[in-house]
Design a protein around this ligand. Structure first.
Ligand code: AMP
Ligand code: MG
Length: 348
């Protein structure tokens, strides 16, 4: 059985499908819904049995905590022990939006949501469908990305259907998501605010408000010291390599890698920028250009779709290029590094 896919207007969602989806949430069921970042797999965040169904459907380990989605900043105080002035300021500026705040949790938040941690992650998504659903359900909605654990995140309802269609009741389809990478997760429980996961809200934007912000070394600064050690996440089924460095050197290394692997009978796909087209036009490869290298918003929006597109072509190797560490570049690098399982080649 595939999930029922229900089209909804992204700006002005009809009350009828929203009411049906909310009834499923209240009854402890699962609904996939659009946010501005990626599609989420939602359940009643205060109902441990409902949240357990998220982990089961995704095959997600119980050690990986979920984000609670609320419709108003005021709801934060119901979920966390104390709302510090920093959180009030960040909420005022960036909510609704792709920023998740981590704070000490109240007992009302089930342990299964936080993977047993004393902290909870909360955000207000900037999508009319998500907000309408949360309001109609009358409960915070726990929602990770609506994909199987470790696989590429979904930016369309079809992606959700492909990954989880046989495991969920309903998918609200409001078209492709606008940001395309997950939220920035910011831990406010440390002396210095710390980005646990780079995402749709750039570090520089946070620093303009907060001063220095730390980035936990997932892939904070540059390539991983030891390739291959990163757990695979956001990943295509096809093996993948990421090339990091200044664009001209990156392009010549792309060419060398293609020559080497093509000689070993690999069928190769390249995930690149528009500017790379010319340099690789003569190569025996499939290519997806995500956008101009300067337009990181477009690159982020198309990132997961591009990965899925290449993954569907029966290739034996995907080689991706990096887009720098500024602005959305950091989130893009994080996802590509993890998608490659840490197979990163630094150049230049
Ligand atoms: P996803 O729902 O797939 O976007 O993943 C949510 C991510 O948010 C998790 O994988 C963690 O990285 C982060 N997260 C959620 N809750 C917490 C928490 N209490 N402490 C630290 N990180 C968290
Ligand atoms: Mg995810």
């Amino acid at each position: 059985m595939m999930a029922l896919v229900c089209p909804v207007d992204a700006r002005n969602p009809d009350p009828q499908p929203i009411a049906e989806a909310a009834a499923i949430i209240r009854a402890g069921g699962l609904v996939a819904f659009p946010t501005e970042t990626v599609y989420g797999l939602g359940a009643d965040g205060l109902n441990p049995a409902a949240v357990a169904r998220i982990f089961a459907a995704k095959e997600r380990p119980a050690t990986d905590p979920l984000i609670l989605h609320v419709a108003e900043p005021e709801a934060l105080s119901l979920l966390v022990l104390e709302v510090p002035p920093t959180a009030i300021e960040l909420a005022r500026r960036f909510w609704p939006g792709p920023l998740t705040l981590v704070l000490p949790k109240r007992p009302i938040v089930p342990d299964i949501v936080t993977a047993g941690l004393p902290t909870v992650a909360v955000r207000v998504p900037a999508h009319p469908v998500a907000l309408a659903l949360i309001r109609a359900a009358g409960t915070p909605i726990a929602a990770p990305s609506a994909n199987r654990f470790g696989h590429t995140s979904p930016t369309t309802a079809q992606h959700v259907q492909d990954d989880l269609g046989d495991r969920i009741d309903l998918i609200l389809d409001a078209g492709p998501t606008s940001i395309g990478v997950e939220s920035t997760v910011l831990d406010l429980t440390r002396p210095v605010p710390t980005i646990l996961r780079p995402g749709g809200l750039p570090r520089e934007t946070l620093e303009a408000v907060l001063g220095p912000v730390a980035v936990q070394t997932r892939v904070a600064e540059g390539p991983q010291p030891s390739p291959g050690l990163l757990p695979k996440h956001y990943a295509p089924r096809t093996p993948m390599i990421l090339v990091v460095g200044p664009p001209p050197q990156m392009r010549s290394v792309l060419r060398e890698l293609v020559a080497r692997y093509a000689a070993q009978d690999h069928r190769i796909g390249l995930l690149v920028a528009e500017e790379d087209r010319e340099a690789i036009a003569d190569l025996p490869v499939e290519m997806v250009a995500l956008g101009p290298e300067g337009d990181l918003e477009r690159v982020a929006r198309r990132l997961y779709e591009g990965l899925r597109e290449l993954d569907a072509r029966g290739l034996s190797l995907i080689i991706a290029r990096d887009f720098g560490a500024h602005g959305l570049g950091l989130a893009i690098r994080d996802r590509l590094t993890r998608a490659s399982g840490g197979q990163v080649i630094p150049v230049g």
